[in-house]
Design a protein around this ligand. Structure first.
Ligand code: ISJ
Length: 359
C-alpha cells in the first residue's frame, strides 16, 4: 500500500533539511581545506582538478541508484563548484557569446559557480589566460564528425600555457527560427563546424536555403532572430536566449557527434590514476625521427590515443606533432618514455597531464 502524498512529502521535507545541513557541513570543511592551503603558503589557487576528478569518480563508484552515475556526478560537480566559490569564484574564459557549446563545456567541467567570461575568438581566450585576466580558458579542439580544430592546436605553438583538463560534450544541433515553414526559409546561419556536422540533413530538408557561416552558433541564433525568413543551427540554450522556436531537434548527421574541449591554464595537475598527457613533438626532417620518439611509449605499454600533425610555421613542409598518450607525466612508465624520447628528437614539450574526461 502506498503512503498518502502528504506523508511522502513530509518525509521529503525532513530529508531536504538533513541534506541542506550536510551541504553546509561539507562547505565548512572545504573552507577548512582552503585555510590549510593558505597556511601552507598557497595564496592564489585553491582549485585542485585532480582531487575533484577523484571525488566525482568515487561517487560514481559508490552510487547504488536509482539515480544514474551521470546524474549523481552532475549534482556533486555543482556542490564542489559552490564550495570552491565560497573562497573565490574561478574566472573561466570561453568562446562566446552566451549560449555556445563552449559555455556548456565550461559549466560541465567547472560547475556553474564560476565567473564565466565570453570572448569572441580562440586567440583572445589564450591571451586572457596568459595575461592573468582569467585563470582558465575552455577551447574546442576536435569534433568526432569534422575532426581537429586546427586554430586551437596552432595556438599552443606560440603560447606558454598548458593543458589542465579536457571535457567531452555530446553535441546536439537544432534548427531554430521564427519561421516555422521550412519551405520559406531562405538563409541558415551557423558556425562553419556546425553546418558541416549537419550537411546531409540540410541537403535533404533545406536544399534551397543559403548557408551562411558566422563566428559562433549563438551569433547565428542572434542573427536569425533579426533576419526575416531565416533560421539558425545551434544548441538549445541559444534558442532560449534569443527567443527562437526549436523547429527540429537533433539534426546532426552522426548520432554520436561529440566535441572535445581543452581547459587551458598554468596549473600543474597531479595524477589521479586515470590521466592523459598531451605532448608537442618536433622532429626536424630526419628519417625515422618520429618513430624513434614514439617507440619508447610503445615499449612501456603506453597507448597513444591521438596524433595530429601541423605545419611548424618555420619553413615549408616542416611539421610538429600533437600527441596524446595515456597516463600522467609523473607515472614511472610515462616519465621514462619521455626521458628517452627527449634524447631522440629535437623538441618534446609536455603540454600537460590531466584527468581523462568523464562522461
Ligand atoms: C576542498 C578542497 O578544495 C577544492 C574543493 C573541493 C571540494 O569541494 O571537494 C575539491 C578540490 C578543490 O578544488 C580540497 O582540495 O580537498
Amino acid at each position: 500500500m502506498t503512503q498518502p502524498l502528504s506523508e511522502i512529502r513530509k518525509q521529503i521535507d525532513a530529508l531536504d533539511a538533513e541534506i541542506l545541513e550536510l551541504f553546509n557541513r561539507r562547505a565548512r570543511l572545504a573552507q577548512e581545506v582552503a585555510e590549510a592551503k593558505l597556511a601552507a603558503g598557497e595564496t592564489d589557487n585553491f582549485y585542485r582538478p585532480e582531487r575533484e576528478a577523484q571525488v566525482l569518480q568515487r561517487v560514481r563508484d559508490l552510487n547504488q541508484g536509482p539515480l544514474d552515475d551521470d546524474s549523481v556526478a552532475r549534482l556533486f560537480r555543482e556542490l564542489m563548484s559552490a564550495c570552491l566559490a565560497l573562497e573565490k569564484p574561478l574566472t573561466v574564459a570561453f568562446l562566446g557569446p552566451a549560449g555556445t557549446f563552449s559555455q556548456q563545456a565550461a559549466y560541465k567541467h567547472f560547475g556553474h559557480a564560476v565567473q564565466a567570461v565570453p570572448l569572441p575568438a580562440i586567440d583572445e581566450i589564450f591571451r586572457a589566460v596568459e595575461s592573468g585576466d582569467c585563470q582558465f580558458g575552455v577551447v574546442p579542439v576536435e569534433n568526432s564528425t569534422e575532426g581537429v580544430i586546427t586554430h586551437t592546436l596552432d595556438s599552443f605553438l606560440n603560447s606558454s600555457l598548458g593543458i589542465c583538463g579536457e571535457v567531452s560534450l555530446r553535441i546536439h544541433h537544432n534548427l531554430m527560427g521564427k519561421q516555422a515553414d521550412l519551405a520559406a526559409i531562405r538563409k541558415v546561419f551557423s558556425h562553419q563546424q556546425s553546418l558541416a556536422q549537419c550537411r546531409r540533413w540540410l541537403d535533404r530538408y533545406l536544399p534551397g536555403a543559403e548557408r551562411v557561416a558566422v563566428s559562433s552558433n549563438a551569433e547565428a541564433a542572434r542573427l536569425a532572430a533579426e533576419t526575416p525568413d531565416s533560421a539558425a543551427v545551434a544548441g538549445e540554450t541559444a534558442a532560449d536566449i534569443y527567443g527562437l522556436a526549436v523547429l527540429q531537434r537533433n539534426i546532426e548527421d552522426e548520432a554520436d557527434n561529440t566535441t572535445r574541449f581543452l581547459v587551458i591554464g598554468r596549473l600543474a595537475v597531479g595524477p589521479t590514476g586515470r590521466d592523459k598527457t598531451s605532448l608537442l613533438i618536433s622532429t626536424g626532417n630526419q628519417p625515422g625521427a618520429l618513430h624513434r620518439a614514439l617507440a619508447p611509449f610503445a615499449q612501456h605499454g603506453i597507448s597513444m590515443s591521438k596524433i595530429e600533425s601541423r605545419p611548424s610555421r618555420r619553413g615549408a613542409w616542416d611539421y610538429v606533432f600533437f600527441i596524446d598518450v595515456e597516463g600522467h607525466r609523473d607515472d614511472a612508465g610515462v616519465a621514462e618514455a619521455l626521458r628517452v624520447a627527449q634524447a631522440e628528437v629535437s623538441f618534446v614539450k609536455v603540454l600537460g597531464s590531466y584527468p581523462r574526461a568523464q562522461a
